[in-house]
Write a protein that binds this ligand. Structure first.
Ligand code: SF4
Length: 326
C-alpha cells in the first residue's frame, strides 16, 4: 500500500553529476518504494533562461539515460517531459488569474534571476512559481521532495492551492514539503556547490579514465603544501567525498595517515577516483545498455506522458467545472 503521490521536476540539464545523484536522484529512486511517483523533466521552465533552446532535446535524452540507469523505474513511476502534457499550461493560465502580480515581483528568486540576465527579464521568469504550482497541483501531489533552497516555491504552491480552494471550492490538496536531507556536495574547486556550469563536476557517465583525471584536478587542504606537511582532512573536500565512496574503516585510516603526513594527496585522490569508479560500474553498464536500445527513451517518455495526461485531464475538467467554465 503506497503512502500517496509524489511529484518532482528537474530542468533538462543534460548529463548528471555525482552531486545530482547524491543530492536528488538517489532520493527519487528510494521514494519509489513508498509512493506513487511522478518525475518530470521541466523543459518549459528551461525556456525562461535557456540560451540555446536547441539543446533541450539532447539534454533531456542524456538526463533520462542517467535517471533510468540510476534506478528510476518507468514501470513503477511516471516519467515524462512537461511540455508533452499541455494541460499544465492551461492550469498555469488559470492560476495566473488569481495570483497577485505584486506577490510575484517580490519573490527573491525572481529578483535574483532578473539580476543575472538583465537583457532577458521575460514574462516567464515572473510566472515561474505559478508554473511550478501548476506542475505540482495538476497531479494533486501530496508530497514534494525539495531541498531547503526550493522550499519557498513549494510554500507558494500551497498558497495557490488555498487561494483556489477558497475562491472556487475544495479542489486541490495542499502538498506537503518533504525536506531532503541531501548532503551539500562541493565541486572540484572545494568552494562552490558541484555544478556543470561552473565546470567543477564529475559526470556519472564519465569514463573511468576521465573520472580519475577530474579527481586529480581537485583542490585539497590549502594549508598542505608539501607531502611532509600534516594535513587537515576536516577542511578537505576530497575527504568529504570519501564518505560517499569509501568504507568508513578505510576512510578513518586515510584521515589518520593524512594528519601524520603518511599519505600524499595524489595517492588519496587515486583511492577516491578508484572507489568512485567501482561504485559507478553497474550504473555505467546499465546506461550503455539503455543507450543501445533504439527508441527506448522515446517509448518511456511517450508512455509517461500518456499516463500523466490521464490524471491531468481529470484535474482540468474538475477545475473548469469548479470555476464555472463548463
Ligand atoms: S591526504 Fe587526502 S584528505 Fe589529506 S589533505 Fe590530501 S587529499 Fe585531503
Amino acid at each position: 500500500m503506497k503512502k500517496g503521490r509524489v511529484f518532482s521536476g528537474a530542468r533538462p540539464t543534460g548529463r548528471q553529476h555525482i552531486g545530482n545523484y547524491l543530492g536528488a536522484i538517489k532520493n527519487y529512486v528510494a521514494l519509489q518504494d513508498d509512493y506513487d511517483c511522478i518525475y518530470c523533466v521541466v523543459d518549459v521552465h528551461a525556456l525562461t533562461t535557456m540560451e540555446d533552446v536547441g539543446e533541450i532535446r539532447e539534454n533531456t535524452r542524456e538526463m533520462m539515460l542517467d535517471w533510468l540507469a540510476a534506478g528510476l523505474d518507468p514501470e513503477r513511476s511516471i516519467i515524462f517531459v512537461q511540455s508533452r502534457v499541455p494541460e499544465v499550461l492551461e492550469l498555469y493560465t488559470f492560476f495566473s488569474m488569481i495570483t497577485p502580480l505584486g506577490r510575484l515581483l517580490r519573490i527573491p528568486t525572481f529578483k535574483e534571476k532578473a539580476r543575472m540576465q538583465p537583457d532577458n527579464v521575460n514574462y516567464g521568469l515572473v510566472g515561474y512559481p505559478v508554473l511550478m504550482a501548476a506542475d505540482i497541483l495538476l497531479y494533486k501531489a501530496e508530497v514534494v521532495p525539495v531541498g531547503e533552497d526550493q522550499a519557498f516555491h513549494l510554500e507558494f504552491a500551497r498558497e495557490t492551492a488555498r487561494r483556489f480552494n477558497l475562491l472556487f471550492g475544495q479542489t486541490f490538496p495542499e502538498p506537503q514539503i518533504r525536506l531532503t536531507t541531501a548532503p551539500l556536495i562541493l565541486g572540484l574547486n572545494g568552494v562552490n556547490k558541484m555544478s556543470k556550469s561552473l565546470d567543477n563536476d564529475i559526470e556519472l557517465a564519465a569514463s573511468p579514465e576521465q573520472t580519475m583525471e577530474r579527481v586529480m584536478t581537485a583542490f585539497t587542504d590549502p594549508a598542505r603544501r608539501y607531502l611532509s606537511d600534516p594535513g587537515h582532512p576536516d577542511v578537505c573536500n576530497i575527504n568529504h567525498l570519501h564518505q560517499f565512496f569509501t568504507d568508513s574503516a578505510d576512510r578513518s585510516a586515510i584521515q589518520e595517515a593524512c594528519r601524520k603526513a603518511e599519505i600524499g594527496c595524489v595517492e588519496c585522490k587515486r583511492i577516491l577516483g578508484s572507489n568512485i569508479n567501482k561504485a559507478l560500474e553497474d550504473f555505467r553498464e546499465k546506461r550503455a545498455e539503455i543507450a543501445a536500445k533504439s527508441g527506448y527513451i522515446d517509448e518511456v517518455l511517450a508512455d509517461g506522458a500518456s499516463r500523466a495526461e490521464a490524471i491531468a485531464k481529470e484535474t482540468i475538467f474538475e477545475v473548469k467545472q469548479n470555476m464555472g467554465l463548463i
